[in-house]
Ligand binder design. Structure first.
Ligand code: PMP
Ligand code: GLN
Length: 386
């Protein structure tokens, strides 16, 4: 065989993402997987029946590039109801193959070589490589345990003529924090009268607790005029494997997004779009989510309170950050591997979500699990009491 041809990697740092690493390790060690974020329970039977119905009825061919009109209408009605922003279903929404593809396409559409993108770290792992693929430069803003707060004056100081985009994520994965109305107003003040686009990852919009309200960019008209908000049906419907999502924004941004989207994926599968269009018409099919997940968070909190892990109580998402400083001085990746192989519970370390990890002794646990799964994991974690 001849030698391999020479290639120049667009992502020379390489590396397999942390979710793949920890899930593989969980399988190898038969550990309870509280690492990668996915529910271990089924989605609603009614939704499954709708999907089967539309496959059987033959809704199996291409649908319009930006989404099935009926689904875009359902989403437009839902968003106006929740956030008070009228969204034109024909011109302001594009259905995507999950939030990941929406983020990728938005970044490809707007970030040029040499542009700077401000990212708040710890950050969901796909943002940085996507910016790098677009030829942009990531400017990380470091948030640290336990508050993970943003000082907007510092953000303002990071902005310059090269700043093309600011990526926000509320509720925030992996810290479980949320942005407040004041945070959003500060952001609005920074970006107004600039050419900066805000890419707002809102995939956990419905997973918000303690009576808090989700602060979507759609609640802030000036901010929304230069924003794109990204959503995932995987989170809202307990169906992460479907990889379906959407993006919403002002028409001029969505037009540019669609220009790239058509060459990237064109359209996403049609029968699931028909099913979701029917399902999300009914507010009760998403209004139950905050209390449903808050109960799971509280179950995890009360069971793990017997262990030496210290929680940063999640205000949103289905993740909770825990400090293990009273248990071990191992670096977080080593500690996560130890928990998986020796204690039998897989978790996610925080450091892979940073460009320059601050060395916090913090891990992330997922509580989108059946009560019996959380109980079994808690029982194993009791061993940490020594
Ligand atoms: N953003 C965040 C903050 C996420 O946690 C995830 C995955 N759970 C995504 C984006 C990607 O969502 P999807 O699986 O729909 O691509
Ligand atoms: N979003 C999920 C998490 O944060 C994982 C997604 C993935 O495996 N790429 O755990």
């Amino acid at each position: 065989m001849s030698n391999n041809i020479s290639i120049s990697s667009k992502l020379p740092a390489g590396s397999t993402n942390i979710f793949t690493i920890m899930s593989k390790l969980a399988t190898e060690h038969k550990a309870i997987n509280l690492g990668q974020g996915f529910p271990d329970f089924e989605c609603d039977e009614k939704l499954k029946k709708l999907v089967s119905k539309y496959v059987t009825e033959g809704k199996n061919q291409y649908c319009p590039m930006a989404g099935l009109p009926k689904l875009n209408q359902t989403l437009s009605t839902k968003m106006e109801r929740l956030y008070g922003m009228p969204i034109n279903p024909d011109t302001q929404i594009c259905i995507t193959a999950g939030a990941t593809q929406a983020l990728y396409t938005a970044i490809m559409a707007f970030v040029h070589s040499g542009d700077e993108v401000i990212i708040f770290e710890p950050a969901y792992d796909c943002y940085t490589p996507q910016v790098q693929l677009a030829g942009g430069t990531v400017k990380p803003y470091q948030m640290t345990y336990p508050d993970y707060e943003i000082d907007w004056n510092r953000v303002k100081d990071m902005v310059n003529d090269k700043t093309r985009m600011i990526v926000i994520n509320t509720p925030h994965n992996p810290s479980g924090t949320i942005l407040t109305k004041t945070d959003m107003q500060s952001l609005e003040n920074i970006v107004k009268d600039t050419n900066i686009i805000v890419l707002s990852d809102e995939v956990y919009e419905h997973l918000i607790y303690d009576g808090e309200e989700h602060q979507s960019v759609m609640r802030f008209p000036t901010l929304f005029n230069q924003s794109m908000a990204v959503f995932s049906f995987g989170k809202t419907l307990h169906a992460t494997g479907w990889k379906m999502g959407y993006v919403v924004g002002p028409e001029y941004l969505i037009n540019e997004f669609k220009t790239v989207h058509q060459w990237n994926v064109f359209c996403t599968n049609s029968f699931v779009q028909f099913a979701i269009a029917d399902y999300l018409v009914e507010p009760k099919n998403y209004e139950y989510l905050p209390s449903f997940f808050e109960k799971k968070r509280d179950t995890m909190n009360s069971l793990l309170s017997e262990t030496p892990l210290i929680p940063k109580v999640a205000k949103g998402t289905y993740f909770q950050a825990y400090s293990y400083e009273e248990v071990s001085s191992l670096p977080d990746l080593e500690f996560a591997k130890y928990l998986t192989s020796e204690i039998g519970v897989a978790v996610i370390p925080m450091s892979p979500f940073y460009t320059n990890p601050p060395g916090d002794k913090v891990i992330r646990l997922c509580f989108a699990k059946e009560e019996k799964t959380i109980e079994a994991a808690a029982e194993r974690l009791m061993k940490l009491r020594g």
